[in-house]
Design a protein around this ligand. Structure first.
Ligand code: SAH
Ligand code: SF4
Ligand code: F3S
Length: 405
């Protein structure tokens, strides 16, 4: 018999807090307490927010989009670029006035930005009206934190990042029925030198295939027609796990499920995109013929500095294989302009790569230094203004390609 792993089940203790909150909330806020979840960042955060909404709903809140009418507000934040963080601070600022109007209002912050010690310190010191700050691996304890705060407890700062097994069976309230997010793994082990994600999301952890299949079946039964599998690097799904199911095999198992639906997935890392995976995509009728395969830079020199584990030639070979094995494949990608030490010659290699591959669309970013990452310590002589010019040139070239497609 299989050992029961009790570590990864939504704790009974949290259900106790949920039951207590169902009794207390109407006494504090009247008949219909409202909660507002404001989400920044990637699909992983959108998916986590569906769990935040699920827990809040179970506690007895109705979910509102209007911050102004909410009794509980939570910001689920992103730290990937400086701009993402600035937007969050702007929004938190607005809450101060709301809190004065309604002292019973509870305000919380979670997600990748909140996970950073420096941010938590800043919230502690400069935003005294923020009640709860919780990290990316602690958000399942939301019912407990709300209960404690409502009962006069101190402000809560809980940032433990201990990479324990993924907590399963958190209540979920999906935004839509016809299309849905299905996380298959959390965290990242790649440590690209520019990227904050491994520091704020912790180590890569894959869900058990049975859990994923069961969730997919539930979604399909509820009318879902498009399931998007989520992970920072879905191609490395199952690595180091005893079950031996890799991403290609997981796709096959999902493809074999009964029903009229399609399967999408993101994001793929070129270093782990195997021929087995390309062939699986080609063979599986329900798997969408789309690969989001971020290349980040067309220059092998810069790719090495970025710690991406592939060079320009390997990337282009992979694209050739993808086009050969999946003739109707749609290719999209991410690219960073102005990585520390990038020269105009390196940048020209990025331009030539996008001309050669012809992505149907491209997500373009100007490099944003992230404290604590190796790239933030590298010499970065090119001015922001100059990088802006390169960025505009990249947009122009990609626009021409997209128009011709
Ligand atoms: N895990 C995914 C993407 C995660 S973040 C992957 O590896 O492809 C999404 C995109 O943000 C990245 O692909 C990258 O292009 C961009 N990005 C990450 N860190 C950045 C930084 N410091 N500055 C600018 N763009 C960044
Ligand atoms: Fe960041 Fe690289 Fe991990 Fe993607 S693979 S999340 S870019 S460290
Ligand atoms: Fe942002 Fe965290 Fe996603 S940093 S991009 S919300 S994993």
């Amino acid at each position: 018999m299989k050992n029961l792993n009790l570590d990864n089940i939504f704790p009974a203790k949290q259900w106790d807090y949920i039951h207590k909150l169902n009794e207390i909330l109407p006494k504090v806020y009247g008949d219909s307490p409202k909660a507002c979840v404001i989400t920044f960042g990637c699909q992983q955060n959108v998916s986590d927010s569906e769990k935040l909404k699920g827990m809040l709903f179970a506690c007895g809140y109705t979910i509102t989009e209007q911050m102004e009418e909410a009794d509980f507000i939570i910001f689920n934040t992103c730290a990937v670029r400086g701009h993402a963080e600035d937007r969050v601070y702007g929004n938190i600022g607005k809450v101060k006035a709301l809190k004065k109007e309604r002292p019973g209002l509870i305000v919380s912050i979670c997600g990748c930005m909140a996970q950073q010690q420096s941010v938590a310190e800043k919230i502690k010191k400069s935003y005294p009206y923020m009640d709860i700050c919780m990290g990316t691996q602690m958000f399942h304890r939301l019912p407990e934190f709300i209960y404690k705060r409502l009962n006069g407890g101190k402000r809560i700062f809980e940032l433990t990042l201990d990479n324990k097994p993924i907590i399963e069976d958190i209540p979920i309230k999906r935004d839509r029925q016809e299309t849905g997010w299905l996380p298959i793994m959390y965290g990242c082990n790649n440590f690209c030198t520019y990227c904050i994600v491994p520091y704020v999301r912790g180590r890569e952890r894959s869900r058990e295939p049975e859990k994923i299949i069961a969730e997919a079946k539930g979604m399909i039964a509820n009318g879902c027609k498009e399931i998007t599998l989520l992970g920072q690097n879905v191609n490395s799904y199952g690595k180091g796990e005893a079950h031996g199911v890799n991403f290609a095999r997981l796709l096959k198992q999902l493809n074999d499920l009964e029903g009229d639906f399609i399967i999408k997935f993101m994001t793929s890392h070129p270093k782990d995109c195997s021929i087995e995976l390309l062939d699986t995509i080609a063979q599986c009728k329900k798997v969408s013929r789309h690969l989001h395969l971020p290349f980040q830079s067309g220059s092998s020199r810069i790719l090495k500095l970025m710690n991406r584990y592939y060079d320009r030639e390997q990337y282009l070979n992979l694209i050739k294989e993808a086009k050969k094995r999946i003739p109707d494949v749609e290719l999209t990608s991410d690219v960073i302009v102005g990585f520390p030490g990038e020269t105009y010659d390196d940048f020209k290699e990025t331009l030539s790569l996008i001309k050669e591959v012809k992505f149907s669309s491209l997500f373009t970013f100007i490099y944003s230094p992230r404290g604590g990452t190796p790239a933030a310590e590298m010499p970065d002589p090119v001015s922001r203004e100059e990088k802006g010019k390169w960025f505009d040139e990249l947009l122009r070239v990609q626009e021409e390609i997209s128009n011709k497609n």
